[in-house]
Write a protein that binds this ligand. Sequence first.
Ligand SMILES: Cc1cc2nc3c(=O)[nH]c(=O)nc-3n(C[C@H](O)[C@H](O)[C@H](O)COP(=O)(O)OP(=O)(O)OC[C@H]3O[C@@H](n4cnc5c(N)ncnc54)[C@H](O)[C@@H]3O)c2cc1C
Length: 411
Amino acid sequence: MNSVLWFHAPVILFFCLWVYALPGPCFNVSLMDFMETDTQRQLRDLMRKFATKTMLPQIDQDEREERFRPEWIRALGDLGLTGIVVSEDDGGAGLGYQEYISALEELAQVSAGYAISVAVTGLAQLILSRFGSQSQKSQWIRALAEGRAIGAFSLSEAGSGSDAASLRTTATRDGDFYVLHGTKQWVTQGDSADLILVMARTGGPGPLGISTFILEKGIPGFRLGKREKKMGCQVSHTMELVLDQVRIPAENRVGAEGDGFKVAMTALDSGRITIAAVALGVARGALDVAVRHAQHREQFGKPIGEFQGVSFLLADMAVQLKAAQLLVRHAASLRDQGAAFTQEAAMAKLFATDMAMKVTTDAVQVLGGSGYTQEFPVERWMREAKVLQIVEGTNQIQRLVIGKRLLEPLV
Ligand SMILES: Cc1cc2nc3c(=O)[nH]c(=O)nc-3n(C[C@H](O)[C@H](O)[C@H](O)COP(=O)(O)OP(=O)(O)OC[C@H]3O[C@@H](n4cnc5c(N)ncnc54)[C@H](O)[C@@H]3O)c2cc1C
């Protein structure tokens, strides 16, 4: 009997890991179904199928090897999952942010790195469709929506993160060209992007001196600098970009001169909803695994879920996740209705990403020593959750945005 078990041990181990790693809610509280339309559910299912079948078997190794696969973005594009909010005329699905967040949440459960990749290309789509000229739109939006091109967004520099309006890269007009000079930092997928929306200074100091430009791959004077060594999301490369007297045609400017900061902030308002959706996916994955573990792991002669210390922890995780889902869905629905959503997007990003950090940390705790190992995805989700509190405006900056809006009538 023992030798039979031993013979089957690898199969049993694989099955256990598979069950633990399989995305999809396993607990009794339905956290999102009651609010989702059929379309949202279908998108979620489509994304889940692709992510679990194609990505899940490969993702841990790719994370270790820091390998990004552009072909997965193309495959997502073929399924219609990279242009959900792009209009049908421009090659997208013409749906709203509520559909977008359902798909992103699902993708994030398997890989926050790829969910961020889709969301960052989404920033480029949004900027071009809102502020781009007709020729910029026809050149790029369809390709981005169909996953045939990858977009990047480059606002930050070494000296200007939270204080983005103090950026120093210059764009000097020279006849029908602009000459871009400086070093940009922290550019997600700067190495795989076909186009990068770069913010550079065309005027005096402050936000009104900034403009946005399309920087295309391979243009002379543009080279990649260092790639950051990071805590998580290794498949998503974070790049320094060196711009050494890069001459780009004036028609590559997006929007008016001096509108660059407005362009960036408009994109980030919506981007924050997508980062919040990524946080939901990461947290939901962690809660699912923690619940399964609490049901199966026995100590002191019973499943650990029967100890109140564990079940209360799980209960708090579920409550926090559900609250975050409601906030994110609310921000997305305001955006879909064309209502003001800046404050709600900041609230959703702040709450959902803080929640993801807490829920993933607690999931590691529920799994005990195993949670701290790479046998289970919870340690990866915990590392992925951390960056969500930082990107697209740190959570301190979200509080500034919320506080400013609250106090507006008083000042
Ligand atoms: C993995 C990764 C990917 C990224 N991708 C991109 C990208 O694609 N494009 C891009 O443009 N940028 C990107 N960024 C940059 C990101 O947006 C910045 O890291 C972020 O805005 C914070 O800037 P900073 O790192 O310079 O921190 P700082 O601005 O130096 O902040 C340091 C600390 O001080 C706090 N702080 C700063 N100002 C205030 C204040 N007024 N009140 C209270 N607290 C404050 C911050 O909250 C933070 O805790 C990425 C960053 C990372 C880590």
